[in-house]
Design a protein around this ligand. Structure first.
Ligand code: G3P
Ligand code: CA
Length: 268
């Protein structure tokens, strides 16, 4: 079975800090990148979106109000969409206080600032293009920034995966830069896997939607670069579920608590 094979082969499962180590620091901030680094976690996940004046920033929601103090700073700007605010305005916001007073003043990072920090920490990046339907052309723009920062240099390519819930967006990235590793977020039917494999190297489903047979079906298909499709599953925040998906043979676990997952993996 997949379970026995995974155990017998000491299959290595990658641990990815979801929005950074977001159980311990405010999600998608540089503090969350550093929190992962402090735990010795080398992969971080983030979400990229675009401001009104065309700058790429890191945030999960398409609105600013859950993870910043925007309602206080700009009370008359509901519903506080990222795409309605300039970078200058977003830089006035506090993206840390909602999480804890010790993070007061933590800014919303630009993609450039975020890439710099991940590089400085010698970490690796699973970058999600979030809600690309709101930001036409964001794939080309994000790749341009990655290239400018050196992330598309041949020796650095293995430190990067670009993923999205939008198949069109993943396909766009693959067409623009064939050498970039890509992931599709979702749980496609097995019959559709070969179609996704034309432009993706990973299929990344919610852990609530998978079993060992499904993981095995995915890994039986060759991805865009000719290697077996990988499975990075999300968002697994406790040891029993980490052990469960590791035994299914997943290649990666995306988690808010990377320390808990890494420790659980010792028992698999
Ligand atoms: O990386 C997987 C996960 O981030 C997908 O869901 O909503 O947290 O972006 P979400
Ligand atoms: Ca995400």
């Amino acid at each position: 079975t997949a379970q026995a094979a995974a155990g017998a082969s000491h299959h290595h499962t990658v641990t990815v800090a979801h929005r950074g180590a977001s159980a311990y620091a405010p999600e998608n901030t540089l503090a969350a990148v550093d929190a992962a680094d402090d735990l010795g976690i080398d992969w971080v996940e983030n979400d990229v979106q675009r401001t009104r004046d065309g700058e790429l920033i890191i945030m999960h929601d398409t609105t600013l109000n859950r993870t910043t103090d925007v309602e206080e700073v700009f009370p008359d700007r509901a519903p506080w969409k990222i795409s309605d605010f300039t970078l200058d305005e977003i830089e006035k916001l506090d993206a840390g206080s909602w999480f804890g007073s010790k993070f007061a003043g933590e800014p919303v990072p630009t993609l450039e600032e975020y890439l710099d920090r991940v590089s400085d920490n010698h970490q690796k990046l699973l970058m999600e293009i979030k809600a690309p339907e709101l930001y036409p052309g964001i794939e080309r723009q994000a790749l341009r920034e990655l290239r400018r920062e050196g992330w598309l240099d041949r020796k650095h390519l293995r430190r990067l995966i670009v993923q999205s819930f939008s198949a069109d967006s993943v396909q766009a990235v693959h067409k623009l830069r064939r050498d970039v590793k890509t992931g599709f977020l979702g749980t496609p039917p097995v019959a559709d896997l070969p179609r996704y494999a034309e432009f993706a190297d990973q299929i990344n489903p919610s852990h609530t939607t998978i079993d060992a047979a499904y993981v095995e079906e995915i890994q039986a298909v060759r991805g865009a670069h000719g290697r077996p499709l990988e499975v990075y599953t999300w968002t697994v925040n406790d040891a029993p579920n980490a052990v469960k998906v590791a035994r299914m043979g997943v290649d990666g676990i995306i988690t808010n608590k990377p320390d808990v997952v890494r420790e659980a993996l010792d028992d698999v």
